[in-house]
Each structure stands twice: as C-alpha cells, then as structure tokens.
Design a protein around this ligand. Structure first.
Ligand SMILES: [Ca+2]
Length: 170
C-alpha cells in the first residue's frame, strides 16, 4: 500500500514538474502575477490586436505603475530588436509603436483599460491625448518622445501591428 502511495506521489510530482512549475507558458514572460507576450503580427489596428490577445486568454497589456511601464518597455524593445536582427522589421527601431490596452470606447476622451483595471497611471506624450476619433492608445518610440503614449484612430493599422498581450499566471 505504501509503495502505491509513493508511486502515486512520484507520478503526481512528475506531472507537476512538467506543468505546475512554470507560472507562464513558453514564449510568455512573468511579471507581477501576470504573463506577457509580444506579438509582431502585421498590419493590425488596436481592435485586431485586442482580439488577438482575447484569443490568447488575455487582453492588451495594462500599465498601472512606472514599474509596469519599465517592464513593458524593456520587453517591447528587446523583442522588437530581435525582429530587427531577423530582418523582419521594415521600419527603423527608433520610430516604432506598440499597442497597449488603453482605449476610449465612446470616443469621448474617457479612457479605460480593456482588462478592466482602474486607470492609475498614464504617460501621455506632449499635446496628447487628442481624444475624439483618436481613441486607441499606443506607446511610441519617436525622436524626443521615447516611450510616451499617443492615442490614434482605431482604424490605424501599424506597419507591423506590434502589441503586448497579458493574461493571468497559470
Ligand atoms: Ca493622438
């Protein structure tokens, strides 16, 4: 009886080593209780990027603190630079964007996070947000605007449609 229990414990612990240890699946990076992944899918607008994240079990990433932002920026830039190395990015890396989960569904300047988080932190670029028809938010690396936020028309399709999804840990 003891050996059966031991064997069962061994089997369960083996399963756990294979599946329980990783908080995040392959290609997803853990940060502060969530898993994040960069997607470089071509020609996608904000809604397309958000729909892709929903298919993956999450939403476009929300940024609730400077700490979140630093993590997102580091992840985005290193992932983007890998695309550069592979010759997949037809754009200068100094001039590039990434969608985040902030949007104004009523186009009235009232921004909310698509994952339902409260808006506790923003980092708008100078003279932003524009509001109105520009209701979908991205971070841009642009001369003198590195890492700040801009709202764009929801129909804008990014050159490479890059976005960062986030979902709860396993
Ligand atoms: Ca704008």
């Amino acid at each position: 009886m003891l050996s059966v229990s031991l064997r069962l414990a061994f089997v369960l612990s083996t399963i756990c080593i294979l599946q329980c240890e990783a908080a995040c699946e392959t290609f997803w990076t853990e940060h502060n209780g969530k898993c994040y992944r960069y997607y470089g899918t071509p020609y996608m607008n904000w809604r397309g990027a958000e729909d892709n994240c929903i298919e993956q079990g999450g939403h476009l990433a929300s940024i609730l603190s400077k700490e979140d932002e630093n993590f997102i920026l580091e992840m985005w830039r290193s992932s983007r630079d890998e695309f550069h190395k592979e010759g997949m990015y037809p754009w200068k890396k100094e001039v590039s964007i990434v969608y985040i989960g902030l949007y104004a569904p009523q186009k009235d300047g009232n921004y909310i996070w698509s994952d339902g988080s409260d808006v506790t932190y923003t980092n708008w670029a100078r003279d932003q947000p524009s509001n109105g028809v520009e209701n979908s938010v991205l971070i841009w690396d642009w001369p003198n605007m590195e890492g700040t936020w801009n709202d764009v028309n929801e129909n804008t399709k990014a050159i490479l449609g890059p976005s960062i999804c986030a979902k709860p840990e396993n």
